[in-house]
Design a binder for this molecule. Structure first.
Ligand code: PBG
Length: 308
């Protein structure tokens, strides 16, 4: 084994980014110091800078200016994410664009799929159709990968079929395969304005004790056609990462989520540790457990620290 296999490399890193409709410039997310919601123009400028720093992949989340009960703005060819993908592709060639496929930022109730009034159970068929249309619109705009995160059973298969039937079989799919119902998503929900207005996500996300189910979900996503599978969150789930890696042969991504990022930042602000040392220790623990890709809000800092 190469000595570097257990160390983070710039090529492993995926930077999650927020693009928001109807703002100028950028606004910092108060719970995630150093992370911003960008306007279209500001996003393109930022990705130019990331390209210069050597970042190879970004994962885009859209924040629309309109929401409705069924999240219909998510699937429009003119959605903020489609506009962003087109603008990036027109200006930047080396950074691959991955897009989040989920309804929670687009629905007035904040759940990840289509639900009936007052319930938090996802309506399977309607949700799958909607996610497939959303993914297809992003593929048409030029996304390199679509990344379904709604935890709707069968979402990878539904998206794969829609892409293939419409001539976008080349677009990759990164499944959020093992996504646990986690307390660590708190800051993200502020960032994306996507907190559920009632109920919670435990009817569709995994319980923290569900190790075997997590490994099954990962295998199911591979069978359904995922090119990359994921474990999320990352830090508390290194055992799942390790076991998954031992059992599969497609690339494995881990999501170093918002709460993990905010904890590090809080500790830095309090003077408990040095940011750079802490971030590399965490990143290398993901690599040691078996991560091929690490999705992290620390990406830009890591790229700067790695610059020679
Ligand atoms: C949307 C989604 C979530 C995250 C990524 N996609 C949040 C959630 O399920 O509430 C979390 C990312 C993070 O915490 O950084 N379904």
């Amino acid at each position: 084994m190469l000595a570097t296999e257990n160390k983070i490399d710039i090529n492993d890193i995926i930077y999650p980014m927020f693009v928001k409709q109807g703002i100028n410039g950028s606004e910092e997310i108060s719970s995630m110091p150093g992370i911003f919601r960008f306007s279209l123009e500001a996003l393109v400028d930022e990705i130019r800078e990331l390209e210069r720093l050597g970042i190879k992949k970004v994962l885009l989340f859209g924040i629309p200016d309109k929401k409705d009960w069924i999240g219909s703005y998510a699937q429009k060819d003119t959605s903020i994410v489609c506009e962003a993908v087109k603008a990036i592709k027109a200006n930047i060639s080396t950074v691959k664009i991955m897009t989040d496929i989920c309804l929670c930022a687009y629905t007035t109730h904040g759940h990840c799929g289509i639900i009936q009034k007052g319930h938090d159970k996802i309506e399977k068929q309607e949700t799958l159709e909607s996610l497939a249309l959303m993914a297809l619109s992003h593929a048409k705009a030029g996304a390199d990968y679509v990344a379904p995160s709604a935890m709707a059973a069968g979402q990878v298969m539904a998206i794969k079929k829609a892409l293939e039937d419409n001539g976008f079989g080349e677009t990759g799919i990164m499944g959020y395969s093992a996504k646990f119902a986690s307390n660590f998503y708190g800051p993200f929900r502020e960032a994306a304005d996507s907190a559920p207005k009632f109920g919670n996500r435990s009817s569709y996300q995994l319980g923290v004790d569900q190790k075997e189910v997590a490994l099954d979900k990962i295998k199911q996503d591979i069978e359904q056609g995922a090119d990359i599978v994921m474990v999320k969150p990352a830090l508390g789930y290194l055992d799942i990462i390790k076991e998954a890696k031992d059992q599969i042969n497609v690339p494995l991504a881990v999501y170093n989520v918002s709460g993990e990022y905010s904890m590090v930042k809080q500790g830095v602000q309090s003077g408990f540790w040095k940011e750079r040392d802490m971030v590399f220790e965490i990143m290398n623990s993901f690599k040691r457990a078996g991560a091929d890709h690490v999705i992290s809000y620390h990406a830009k800092d890591i790229a700067k620290w790695m610059e020679r």
